[in-house]
Design a binder for this molecule. Structure first.
Ligand code: SF4
Length: 490
């Protein structure tokens, strides 16, 4: 698809806008009007004259060919021109595709942050109006955004500038899900890397704990993610937890989550190791309770295994369990998603995170011709609306919300929780409230200074690199001390 920008440099926003409707099209940006041969092209032009600014958007494809224009007063600023051009183009793309993304022209990852800024500038009602009238967001999404923002703020207010959260990863999974874009290796492919990985991870945890101590940082939350941490044996988990407890003051942490993501890895021995390791929250992720869907996405576990894993966790005393769901999976429809909601609500978990399927380039799944994008978007829209209705009806409230690129229908991911059971780490990392010290392959340490300045320190992505270049990883950790030298705690 050709995107022709004339008299403006609004490439980032307008390209993202086109991607909402055509997530997998290649977009070539140029600065000339489309020629007669360019059958599939979007135009966004700004022409400035003595008496004002004329904005014109156009779109043509498969017999559809329309233009729309608007006049603004002379001196209209870039931000206004960009937004109004996006509105014009959005209208044409909606007409041409039959889709109407409920977040309107909003393309950012954290709508709550924008809502917070606007509320400070123009009050809550003004911010709501701006979302509805200027960004074309649907009321229901505005309400969701406001509710999640209130939940986020309550958690954010507990963070202090000397706080940090700890993340560590286990980048192995029993099999690779077809929608996965993480650097996660199936156990079959990488079994021999696991034992040396555990050794190195323990070493990195010890080094990071010593560093945090030296810098006077206070542990806020802990998150063990992946991959699937419960691909480790109970003995390996116990060793990692021992290194963790010896290196950090776990008692000062308000939350310690372990992702026991794949139900087929949940065993009494592993849960026992997790409980003894001090975890306060676990996540068991059904994604769907429809076996056909699970098979289609390569999970290689059944819905019954999820139910059994959850029952086992309860029996062993876990009283804070999260469950992840994904809307928009292949083979799923509104009825079967609703059946998944029934099953999950019957278990009565403390929190449920509802994701929208995101089809990243690195995933094995391609969007293809299964369902036209507009229809798939409408289906996901119904699924998310139903999830919101059912979960809030059951006393779980939205407490964090973010958006990813290339989600079906340009939708959102929302964390719902019973009051007091919110996943605090999720909120801190999304908001970039305080530093996250991260260990393991693919982990990214994110350092935050008191003035909001952010710096990142990357670990190597793949387990084999993590092992073979481990000394470099430890050396890079020194950047953390350098950062706090330049940006002292206040
Ligand atoms: S369990 Fe998660 S990390 Fe592992 S393959 Fe599936 S989506 Fe990827």
């Amino acid at each position: 698809m050709k995107l022709c920008l004339i008299g403006n440099g609004f490439r980032y926003e307008l390209e993202n806008l086109c991607r909402l409707f055509f997530p997998f099209e290649r977009i070539d940006v140029c600065d000339a009007a489309p020629g007669a041969e360019d059958g599939f092209a979007a135009l966004a032009a700004r022409r400035t004259g003595r008496d004002g600014v004329t904005l014109t958007a156009g779109f043509r494809r498969d017999g559809f060919a329309e233009e729309a224009s608007e006049r603004l007063p002379a001196g209209a600023d870039d931000e206004t021109c960009e937004r109004r051009l996006a509105v014009l183009l959005f209208g044409l793309l909606c007409q041409a595709t039959g889709a109407r993304p409920p977040w309107g022209i909003l393309t950012g990852v954290r709508p709550g942050k924008l809502m917070r800024r606007l509320s400070e500038e123009m009050g809550a009602e003004g911010a709501r109006r701006y979302f509805r009238e200027e960004l074309l967001c649907r009321d229901e999404k505005i309400d969701l955004c406001l509710a999640a923002q209130a939940g986020e703020e309550a958690i954010l207010s507990t963070s202090r500038s000397d706080h940090f959260s700890l993340y560590f990863s286990v980048p192995f999974c029993p099999t690779r899900c077809s929608y996965c874009s993480f650097v996660s290796h199936s156990v079959e492919r990488s079994a021999k890397l696991i034992e040396p990985y555990v050794e190195r991870l323990c070493e990195e945890l010890r080094a990071t704990g010593a560093l945090a101590d030296r810098l006077g940082l206070k542990l806020s939350t802990v998150y063990m993610g992946g991959g699937t941490p419960t691909t480790l044996s109970a003995g390996q988990l116990a060793r990692v937890f021992a290194a963790l407890a010896a290196s950090f003051d776990l008692k000062s942490a308000s939350e310690f989550t372990v992702e026991a993501g794949r139900p087929d890895t949940v065993t009494p021995e592993r849960l026992d190791a997790i409980r003894k390791g001090g975890a306060t929250r676990i996540s068991i992720n059904p994604q769907s309770l429809n076996d056909r869907v699970l098979e289609a996405i390569g999970r290689r576990h059944t819905a019954q295994q999820t139910l059994d894993a959850f029952a086992l966790a309860r029996k062993m005393g876990f009283d804070n369990v999260n469950m992840d769901l994904i809307a928009g999976l292949p083979e799923d429809d509104t009825d079967s998603f609703s059946h998944t909601l029934d099953g999950v609500l019957a278990l009565d978990p403390e929190s449920v995170t509802v994701h929208t399927l995101s089809l990243k380039r690195a995933s094995r799944m391609t969007v293809g011709g299964d369902r036209p994008a507009a229809e798939a978007g409408r289906t996901v829209d119904r699924m998310l609306t139903e999830a919101n209705r059912r979960l809030t009806g059951a006393g779980l409230f939205p407490y964090y919300l973010y958006r990813q690129s290339k989600t079906v229908g340009n939708m959102e991911n929302t964390g719902y929780a019973k009051p007091g059971f919110e996943g605090r780490y999720n909120v801190f990392i999304m908001d970039e409230t305080h530093s996250i010290l991260a260990c393991g392959a693919g982990a990214v340490t994110k350092l935050r200074a008191a003035d909001g300045f952010i710096e990142r320190v990357f670990n190597f992505k793949y387990p084999y690199e993590y092992l073979s270049r481990f000394d470099e990883i430890l050396a890079r950790k020194e950047a953390v001390a350098g950062f706090y030298g330049r940006h002292p705690l206040v």
